[in-house]
Design a protein around this ligand. Structure first.
Ligand code: ZN
Ligand code: FE
Ligand code: FE
Ligand code: ZN
Length: 263
């Protein structure tokens, strides 16, 4: 099994379980490596109710230490899932200097002040022009790639989470962003959590994955686990998707350097 690098901890206030339980699940699944990447703090605080506070970073480092103590031979990697927000660059650089991270994941959960993937604000989707939201989302995602601040770009088409998709061929959205990602050298993730959301489809769509593979964009497979039982969830199915898209390797990260692992 490949590594699972996108996983959470209870510090984000919407995940459950102890580090030892996540490690047991990772070992049972036969993962090559396990990585922790909880929702990073954002200034000014309080920013929202689904992330750790900056003052909790030491608790996060302790959590990583506990996972390592329980892991035996399983390598435990340390990361963060950072939010790509207007003007966040210097804050991301600050966070990057706080710990010997193995990787940083960049995610677009916010368009302006709207965390569009939060079920609390579904009413806002109902009032929105889906085509316009998609255009804004993918422009934001491409800008995140061009920043080169992140090793891994999270759940590429998260904007489909509640099944809002514009009509027609969606490659018109995918192609420019894939060019930007390929140029940046960043790795994308195939995130299996989408199979368990209203969209009932992993992120990204197989067509996106195929275009990304053709463009030479590196890949990791991630569960986005918020509970121990979700570690490595649907990895067999995801490996099938990745291979169908043309991928023959995934990536391992250590100290922000990547190396391939055969798929
Ligand atoms: Zn989360
Ligand atoms: Fe996310
Ligand atoms: Fe996540
Ligand atoms: Zn995520």
């Amino acid at each position: 099994m490949p590594a699972d690098y996108h996983t959470h901890t209870p510090l984000c206030r919407h995940a459950t379980g102890e580090p030892e339980d996540y490690v047991v699940a990772a070992r049972a699944a036969g993962l090559s490596e396990y990585g922790i990447s909880d929702h990073a703090p954002v200034r000014p605080e309080p920013f929202d109710d689904w992330r750790m506070d900056e003052a909790e970073l030491p608790d996060y480092f302790d959590w990583i230490d506990r996972a390592r103590a329980a892991a035996g031979p399983l390598p435990i990697r340390a990361g963060l899932e950072c939010d790509w927000l207007q003007g966040c660059e210097s804050w991301i650089e600050d966070l990057a200097s706080r710990y010997p991270w193995d990787y940083l994941i960049g995610s677009v959960h916010y368009l302006g002040d709207w965390d569009f993937d939060n079920p609390k604000w579904l009413g806002r989707w109902a009032e929105s022009d889906v085509e316009a939201v998609w255009s804004r989302y993918w422009k934001t995602y491409a800008a995140m790639a061009r920043s080169r601040l992140f090793d891994i770009l999270g759940h590429p088409d998260l904007v489909k989470k509640f099944s809002h998709r514009p009509p027609g061929d969606l490659a018109r959205f995918y192609e420019p962003v894939i060019a930007a990602i390929a140029e940046s050298g960043a790795t994308i993730e195939l995130n299996t959590a989408g199979w368990h959301k209203p969209c009932a489809e992993a992120y990204p769509h197989p067509r996106f994955l195929e275009l990304a593979s053709q463009a030479g964009i590196p890949l990791v497979i991630s569960s986005d686990a918020h509970a121990p039982a979700e570690v490595a969830r649907d990895f067999e199915k995801a490996i099938g998707w990745a291979r169908s898209a043309g991928y023959r390797e995934t990536q391992l990260f250590e100290q922000r350097q990547r190396k391939p692992e055969a798929l």
